[in-house]
Design a binder for this molecule. Structure first.
Ligand SMILES: Cc1cc2nc3c(=O)[nH]c(=O)nc-3n(C[C@H](O)[C@H](O)[C@H](O)COP(=O)(O)OP(=O)(O)OC[C@H]3O[C@@H](n4cnc5c(N)ncnc54)[C@H](O)[C@@H]3O)c2cc1C
Length: 459
């Protein structure tokens, strides 16, 4: 492992001086990401502007046993971009150009540091649509989205990042640059390396360009908010909507604790005593949208929704949707430490899982607000806690383990969209089993035999 002075020399041979950070005060913002509690200072941070800089850095890292930690905007919620001691953080945010929108093939080519929002807006300007919309989309990068295979509020109907990635330019740990994929709708030539890099959390290669598929923009949409006195009724409504063969683009929920935090923060007019609200959005042909919206409203009423509000204008729709979009920020104001979890179960087990989370919170005397992508079975139990209170943190750990154990027992998983990173590492063997884990480790070793790229993450 090179010394601090040697690291400085290596970096100076590749990057201009203004692309290298080494002072303590400059490094602090890169010592953590969106994950609570985790923090580690790196030796340096560099901002790449061109793929050849990334390539030369990895080639040098291999030669000098230097650890490189890729980073987009640092909004990750599993600690994937937390540095290691003496590592160099490679930040991709300066490689942020949208290079091409190809309206004939319905594709968009962007550098990895472009924000998800810039991609959505570039698609929209061409009359097209890029559906994945993580809650962090204003700042998260497309490279980070690919590395985590991020989801969003429209995942139920439109899928997640993986469903839109057609090709990737990747710098391998050796420094070699490959492009995997193309603009063809169909391609089965060899293993899909592209799919291997998606969700690999920056452990197999550095994504430098992303080729995305776009779809025509749905001409109409409708937003509804249903209010329930019992969580069970909200969960039953989700199951009934899906059983009625309606696939809305959004089926999101907030529980009682979250409703009150959102009201304190954004004063949207949600009833504070409600047990749950369900945000439902449908889009597509105007006639289909009208029909689906009225069927969903009826299903919710039949299943005891106390009230169903239907947005009449675009502003109204935005206001109702902001109840869900504000959930995480609203919860984060309540306590010094916010730990957002990501337990996911088959949709049929949703109501049971939500109930378990509430029981587990009570058992360990913890404040937990739960919201999430109910249509996907992807729940975000959010611990509102204080990392300085050792006793409470111990109870958080026990509760978290119990939540994951319960999700697995119900046929679910430990993470639906935030990745394993550092935070979920202890739970991965239980989720995938020893043999799967060993195959994953072999893949990592074959790409990165010296372990210079984001080591210690996932495994
Ligand atoms: C308020 C908030 C809301 C969120 N909502 C959602 C949501 O709805 N759905 C969801 O799925 N997630 C959500 N997230 C989590 C997070 O935003 C996503 O995981 C996002 O994709 C991370 O992007 P980033 O650019 O910030 O990546 P970072 O946090 O910087 O990095 C994430 C991981 O990707 C790797 N990485 C980054 N760039 C590259 C690259 N170019 N090549 C290779 N590896 C790379 C890093 O090493 C790390 O392992 C949310 C986070 C916050 C704070």
């Amino acid at each position: 492992m090179p010394t601090q002075a040697e690291i400085g020399e290596i970096l100076a041979g590749i990057f201009p001086a203004d692309a290298i950070l080494t002072t303590r005060e400059d490094l602090v913002p890169y010592s953590f990401d969106g994950t609570a509690v985790l923090q580690q200072m790196p030796a340096a941070v560099v901002f790449a502007k061109r793929v050849d800089e990334v390539s030369r850095l990895l080639e040098a890292a291999n030669r000098h046993d230097l650890v490189i930690v890729p980073r987009g905007s640092g909004t990750g919620l599993s600690g994937g971009s937390i540095p290691l001691q003496e590592s160099v953080v490679l930040c991709l945010t300066h490689m942020n150009s949208i290079l091409e929108v190809d309206a004939r093939n319905l594709t968009l080519l962007a550098e990895a540091g472009a924000t998800t929002l810039d991609i959505a807006l570039a698609a929209e300007r061409a009359g097209l649509f890029y559906p994945p919309d993580p809650g962090s989309m204003k700042i998260s990068t497309i490279g980070g989205n690919v590395a985590e295979n991020s989801g969003g509020l429209r995942g139920l109907k439109y899928g997640v990042t993986r469903d839109y990635v057609m090709g990737l330019e990747v710098v391998l740990p050796s420094g070699e640059v490959i492009f995997t994929g193309n603009k063809c709708v169909k391609d089965v030539a060899g293993y899909s390396l592209r799919d291997l890099f998606i969700g690999s959390e920056g452990t197999l290669g550095i994504v430098t360009k992303v080729l995305l598929s776009l779809i025509p923009k749905p001409p109409a949409g409708k937003t509804l908010l249903a209010i329930f006195d019992r969580m069970q009724d909200a969960a039953n409504t989700v199951s009934a909507i899906i059983a009625a063969k309606i696939i809305p683009c959004t089926l999101e929920f907030l529980d009682h604790v979250t409703i009150n935090c959102v009201e304190d923060y954004a004063a949207i007019g949600l009833p504070r005593e409600a047990a749950a609200v369900l945000l439902m959005e449908t889009d597509g042909h105007p006639a289909a949208v009208e029909e689906e919206a009225s069927r969903m409203a009826q299903i919710a009423r039949d299943l005891h929704a106390r009230d169903v509000r239907v947005a009449e204008t675009a502003d109204d729709a935005m206001r109702l949707a902001s109840a869900r979009r504000a959930a995480f920020s609203s919860l984060a104001r309540i306590a010094p430490t916010t730990i957002l979890e990501d337990a996911t179960v088959p949709r049929s087990e949703l109501a049971e899982m939500v109930e378990h989370i509430q029981q587990i919170a009570e058992k360990y005397r913890l404040k937990v607000g739960t919201f999430g992508h109910m249509g996907d079975g992807n729940l975000h139990p959010t611990f509102l806690t204080n990392e300085k209170d050792a006793d409470e943190m111990h109870r958080v750990e026990l509760a978290m383990k119990e939540i994951f154990d319960r999700a697995l027992a119900l046929g679910g998983t430990i993470t639906g969209e935030h990745g394993v990173g550092l935070a979920k590492k202890p739970f991965l063997p239980g989720a995938v089993g020893e043999l799967n884990l060993e195959v994953m480790k072999q893949i990592k070793r074959s790409f990165d035999p010296k372990g210079i790229l984001n080591p210690g993450k996932i495994f």
